[in-house]
Ligand binder design. Structure first.
Ligand code: SAM
Ligand code: SF4
Length: 459
């Protein structure tokens, strides 16, 4: 197990290189992040390393000396967005030969994608994989001197890689919201999903390291902390995930402790009890169902049935009344028939989710589902998507109406012209009149509702 940890001396040697790079002044880095919270968390590490190497952060690529593009491969659309952005930097490189451009993240991990990218974008100086973040100082140093373009990818065979590097610097995007990775990678191999191939094997941080980070955040005034992992329920540090959640939620002070994501096959009753019993643990549960039909679930390799899912969802709702339940759904998985799709519509109605995240199935090269016969036409995926959205809008409308007249605790995220906006423990968006400061809690009486927002006034 220990061999997955990057040794302290290796991390230190990288940070020493960063310190040497710092001697050059007035440098700026622009980091573009695509995709999920894990990529956002990785970009905060990239930013922290760059800060250590003397780079201020800028949103404007035109004033950057270094551009890092942190890509996502989960759906084709995400890949196209990252490529189109990379294409826009050709001119900047022509105008400024000293500009360094690097591509990292999930696309960089896929051999074919990486090779195509290096070929089509000759001005990209280097690419590095999802578990090479800790090497960024060396990567930048090499790019400044090397004649060759750099490629930094784990040298283990595809799908078998994965390391953990502790002690890297972080530059967080927010002063009151933070993400804490508790584990990396995924071993589930759902047949549609590229994550296990681009993020490597499942591996967990030690609980002491996680808890120290959470405690530090609470002490510095962070109020919304998200524990991150592709399947937090299979967290395999020295304690179980429910225990970790309980401990992380028990530091002094008021804060929302969230987690993302939970695989239904291992969401335990103990976990539901912790959500119910620990006040700081947010009353929110994201439990991706993907499909409501048993044949499709089996073809997706999800390893739970519709019945088991319903049982778990109903247990959560009955143990934690008022909890916000959300889910992910894939529309138009290959071979999905109309009858099978209607079972997904039915499960949405039965559970009554507060929100669903619906995705059109996107074939991912190298995954089993991409090779299946009977791929569903795009228009049909869109039709199913629209039907689900309209059913869900009515459900969300009805749930949110039940908040009118109630008082909820809201963490304020923004304030402009007397209007505040924030989130509840259940992650509901509330827009309200008041004078709350960003990062502080307010009691808000809800006066009206829409499907995905609540309106109210501070009391
Ligand atoms: N680990 C999480 C889980 O199992 O629920 C999911 C992580 S994935 C980044 C987020 C969501 O993207 C998935 O729940 C799934 O609905 C969606 N997704 C993954 N692969 C997809 C694909 N090939 N096409 C469409 N949606 C996909
Ligand atoms: Fe992808 Fe399945 Fe792993 Fe989630 S659990 S990241 S959907 S393979």
């Amino acid at each position: 197990m220990n061999d997955i940890f990057v040794s302290e001396s290796v991390v230190k040697s990288q940070l020493d290189i960063a310190d040497k790079l710092k001697t050059e002044e007035n440098k700026k880095v622009c980091i573009l992040t695509f995709g999920c919270q894990q990529n956002e968390a990785d970009s905060e590490i990239l930013s922290g390393i760059c800060e250590r190497a003397g780079y201020a952060e800028t949103d404007n690529p035109k004033e950057a000396d270094l551009i890092l593009i942190n890509t996502c491969a989960i759906r084709e659309h995400a890949e196209l967005k990252a490529l189109s952005r990379t294409g826009q930097f050709k001119k900047l490189k022509e105008q400024n030969k000293g500009l360094l451009i690097g591509v990292c993240g999930c696309m960089a991990e896929q051999k074919e994608r990486r090779e195509a990218l290096m070929k089509s974008y000759p001005y990209v100086d280097f690419v590095f994989g999802t578990d090479r973040l800790f090497m960024l100082p060396e990567i930048i140093k090499n790019a400044k001197t090397a004649k060759k373009r750099g490629v930094y990818i784990s040298d283990l065979p595809h799908g078998e890689f994965g390391i953990i590097a502790e002690g890297l610097p972080l530059r967080r995007n927010s002063l009151h919201k933070a993400k804490v990775s508790i584990m990396y990678g995924c071993d589930n191999f759902c047949t549609y999903c590229v994550v296990p191939y681009v993020r490597g094997r499942e591996r967990s941080r030690n609980s002491q390291a996680v808890l120290k980070e959470v405690e530090g955040l609470v002490l510095s005034g962070y109020k919304d902390i998200m524990l991150l992992g592709q399947n937090v329920n299979s967290y395999n540090g020295d304690i179980s995930f429910p225990k970790l959640l309980e401990k992380a939620g028990s530091f002094d002070g008021e804060y929302f402790l969230r987690f993302m994501t939970s695989h239904p096959k291992d969401a335990s009753s103990e976990l539901v009890d912790v959500i119910r019993d620990v006040p700081n643990v947010a009353k929110q549960f994201h439990l991706p169902v993907q499909s409501g039909n048993n044949r499709v679930l089996s073809a997706m390799n999800r390893r739970y049935t519709r019945e088991k899912y319903l049982e778990k969802a109903l247990e959560i709702k009955s143990k934690v009344p008022g909890i916000t339940m959300t889910t992910d759904i894939i529309c138009g998985f290959p071979t999905e028939t109309e009858e099978e799709f209607l079972e997904t519509v039915d499960i949405i109605k039965q559970v009554e989710f507060d929100m669903i995240f619906t995705f059109l199935y996107s074939p991912r090269p190298g995954t089993p589902a991409a090779k299946m016969d009977d791929q569903i036409p795009h228009e049909e995926k869109v039709r199913r998507f629209e039907l689900l959205s309209s059913v869900q809008n009515d459900i969300a409308d009805k749930i949110n109406e039940s908040y009118v007249g109630k008082t909820v605790r809201v963490l304020c995220d923004s304030f402009e012209n007397g209007m505040c906006s924030g989130r509840t423990s259940g992650n509901k968006i509330v827009n309200f009149t008041g004078s709350s400061k960003i990062g502080s809690f307010a009691n808000v009486k809800i006066t009206s509702s829409a499907a995905y927002t609540l309106k109210g006034e501070e009391i």
